[in-house]
Write a protein that binds this ligand. Sequence first.
Ligand SMILES: [Fe+2]
Length: 298
Amino acid sequence: MIIENQAMVTEAVEEAFSRVEDPRLREILLALVRHLHGFVREVRLTEREFGEAVRIIADLGQKTTASHNEVMLMAGSLGVSPLVCLLNNGNHGQTETQANMLGPFWRDDQPMCDSGASLVRSATSGPELLVSVSLEDGRGNPVAGAEVDVWHSSPEGLYENQDPKQAEMNLRGRFVSDASGKFQFRSVKPAGYPIPVDGPVGELVRATRRHNFRPAHLHFMVFKPGFKTLISQVYSPDDPNIDSDVQFGVTRALIGNYVRHDKPSDKFAAPWYSLDQRFVLEAGEARRPTAPIRAKVG
Ligand SMILES: [Fe+2]
């Protein structure tokens, strides 16, 4: 097609993409062109703004390394990853779900741990935390033999891969649920943390006059064949940013029942916290995602 005016650009691209053989890829590409060209027309994107957009997208890639994923961070900052999550879980967005975003910090080589083990592998200050997890299917039956990854930031707000002072795999572990679908672990209560703002995500945060904090949370991933892999986060209700997460991740279903104990126990000095967390698994395909990071800084 020889293009004669601006409208024909869209026609030409649509005609070209309509020849894509794979029907799903064709559907996605045609919708992408429709919305992207519609967006350019709606805001009447200038040449200078287009140049800025190209720079931002290139920066997202160049900022991404083995230990930091700026693209994933931007997807959360735009609300895209929470939207994808809620559209694909809870009976395809029809019912409440405990699914949540993966986030940029999961590693797929987290060490196996026995129930009751501590995730603390190097000196980490902060109140101690005892977490008791139970897993069940949609009919209330326990789910035994599930592999559950747990990971979280330190009370200073850094994941071990971001922090040379923490030991390899500090505050990370993988547990297996017992015959009653349960396991426990010990750790320290996580704190909220700032997301990095030295790249394009920071430009967006400043332009929208937002703070750059995520409220405190624990990450979970529950993997067992026969069930849709449940990726979740459990948030601390006492965090001051619980209702203004920079990554738009906090849902009502994932505000955890953390209990503060002001008397010491035989294992913990006061104050310490406990959390009983029940996860309900949906039937489906078990599949671990691609890890967004592979290595520790430096
Ligand atoms: Fe996180």
